[in-house]
Ligand binder design. Structure first.
Ligand code: ADP
Length: 542
């Protein structure tokens, strides 16, 4: 017997309709490429997303055709999120930090028909358009008078011209909720990038789950600043969860330095922010020397890389901001786990609480996880045993776009490539990417643990730990360190700093001071490149 409830497909158009009807006046504030602050609302975003849908019809785009963006976080990008997917096309957010060769490759692989771009990225578009013959229309996200002359880009129109004359009403089509809605390529540090192809159903379910109180806890009362880019797994799904809850959105545009972010938080009374640790490093680096305080910020989600304890402490103790440590990946839409304390943890002493906060957290309902040994045996949840982390759920990839890379699943589970422990209460902690694990004398050393201790030193801005070949121990850890501007620390002082904080054999063998640690397109440390840079390095006493 089937249930007798209405069978309404979960479509992205439903989110924007809800936001318009119930939260039409909630603000959407964007710092633009021009530097000014633009003010819009959910009602205006909804109206203009309908104009986008008409413009796509007028460009003769078919159902499931791909529309690419090379754009910062802003209101026009948000309108495209809803106009493109709502009308049945697929939004392909391209990471502009990729190399032009990779951008041309993925635009061709995705068979993008239209490319919408912020003017910042005109040089990129000029570099790739001749290699992307299938792109029929280029749309510069600007007013007509800002449209560059003699750019050489064919079929170029300004966004405001493109949507301007279109009707503001549109009948959003109804279709199968499993239809594709958006796509995002993994950064492809090895081999060609592969695309996760999200559906209306997976995106809507993720939006519900992300908004829950023990997940991102979004509400209509929040003013949310997604510093995480909209080209980075749909800004962790925040645009969709924001439409569902009706919160105010504040977009930073291209200005992600500490000063600009701080000023935006204060001016727009931001209560909630989300981003990767490197961004918060810049913010804290600006606030401390200038003796600044937050007047409205209450919570911040930090993920994408491990959040160092020093950052959790600084936000919590110095600024009264709760850190929500999150873990996920492009293949997971992206949220998998989020760290919030349970009631009984609130009574724990601060150092015990910190041990929990450092973990990547509990699985969100909808995500199943397990850890397995290299031969596929499921491992115990004891908080100590390391294993390969596998996940499954309705917003986790089943297959990459065009079957790239073959079947990624193992018995229905997606191997994340991360190594983790899970404790008896279900709190998961990432120790490494499997390719970054350091194997020393038959034991594993967590590079994240080694890095966390280094960045707790007041003179250290950033640290990356890698394994170096050792004749006796197989590998030994060394830590590459970037000092804070003007700060001093010696190799010996830093090695001494490790004493008592970790087991002796886990203390790195050496400290290498570097000017910068190479970062990938999503702000993560590129250890492959660091290893190349240090290929002539020899361990002391090896
Ligand atoms: P995203 O684009 O969401 O950053 P990627 O697919 O580029 O996702 O990278 C996902 C990987 O980033 C994860 O598999 C994990 O190795 C790492 N990662 C994400 N969040 C965290 C976290 N909180 N702590 C440690 N590593 C993390």
């Amino acid at each position: 017997m089937l249930g007798l409830m209405q069978n309404q497909p979960l479509l992205i158009s439903g989110l924007i309709q809800h936001a318009e009807r119930h939260h039409g006046d909630a603000e959407i504030v964007s710092r633009r490429v021009e530097g000014d602050l633009h003010r819009s609302s959910w009602a205006q975003v909804a109206r203009r997303s309908r104009q986008v849908a008409h413009a796509l019809d007028a460009t003769n785009l078919l159902f499931s055709d791909r529309v690419a963006t090379l754009a910062w976080n802003g209101y026009r990008h948000l309108e495209l999120y809803f106009g493109v997917s709502g009308s049945g096309r697929v939004l392909h957010t391209i990471n502009p930090r990729l190399h032009p060769d990779q951008i041309a490759w993925i635009a061709n692989h995705a068979e993008d028909q239209v490319l919408c771009f912020d003017l910042t990225f005109l040089p990129l578009v000029q570099a790739v358009h001749a290699r992307c013959p299938q792109i029929r229309r280029y749309v510069a996200l600007c007013e007509p008078d800002k449209l560059p002359r003699d750019s050489g880009v064919p079929n170029l129109v300004s966004y405001e011209d493109w949507i301007g004359g279109q009707p503001t009403t549109y009948d959003w089509p109804t279709f199968d909720e499993n239809s594709a809605s958006s796509m995002c390529y993994t950064s492809g540090t090895t081999g060609n990038p592969k695309a996760a192809l999200y559906s209306h159903r997976s995106t809507t379910l993720h939006a519900y789950a992300a908004a829950l109180p023990d997940v991102m806890a979004l509400s209509a009362r929040d003013a949310v600043l997604p510093v995480v880019p909209m080209f980075h797994v749909n800004a962790w799904g925040i645009p969709y969860s924001a439409a569902l809850t009706g919160c105010k959105l504040v977009f930073p545009g291209p200005a992600m330095d500490g000063k600009s972010i701080y000023e935006l938080i204060e001016a727009e009374k931001v209560s909630y922010a989300a981003g990767v640790p490197t961004v918060w490093q810049m913010l804290l680096g600006h606030m401390k020397p200038n003796n600044l305080r937050f007047s409205t910020l209450k919570r911040t989600v930090i993920g994408g890389s491990a959040c160092p304890p020093a950052m959790i402490t600084a936000f919590n103790d110095d600024y009264g901001v709760e850190v929500l440590h999150a873990w996920g990946m492009t293949e997971m839409s992206p949220l998998g786990t989020l760290c919030t304390l349970k009631n009984r943890h609130l009574e724990l002493p601060p150092e015990e609480k910190m041990k929990i906060r450092l973990k990547q957290g509990r699985a969100i309902y909808g995500v199943d996880m397990k850890i397995v040994s290299d031969d596929g045996q499921e491992l115990p949840w004891d908080g100590k045993t390391y294993g390969n982390l596998y996940v499954k759920g309705p917003w986790i990839v089943r297959e990459y776009f065009k079957g790239e890379g073959g079947d990624p699943l193992v018995d229905g589970w997606f191997p994340t490539g991360d190594v983790a422990t899970i404790d008896a209460e279900g709190y998961m902690q990432i120790t490494d990417r499997s390719k970054d694990v350091i194997k020393s004398g038959g034991e594993w050393i967590s590079s994240i643990d080694v890095e966390n201790i280094a960045v707790a030193h007041p003179a250290v801005a950033m640290a990356a730990c890698i394994g170096m070949k050792h004749p006796k121990w197989d590998e030994r850890p060394v830590v590459a360190v970037v000092k804070k501007p003007g700060a001093q620390v010696t190799r010996e002082e830093l090695l001494k700093f490790y004493e008592g904080k970790t087991a002796k054999w886990q203390i790195p063998d050496d400290v290498i001071f570097v000017d910068a640690i190479p970062l990938g397109a999503t702000g993560k440390m590129l250890k492959t490149r660091l290893r190349e840079q240090l290929k002539d390095y020899k361990l002391p006493n090896s």
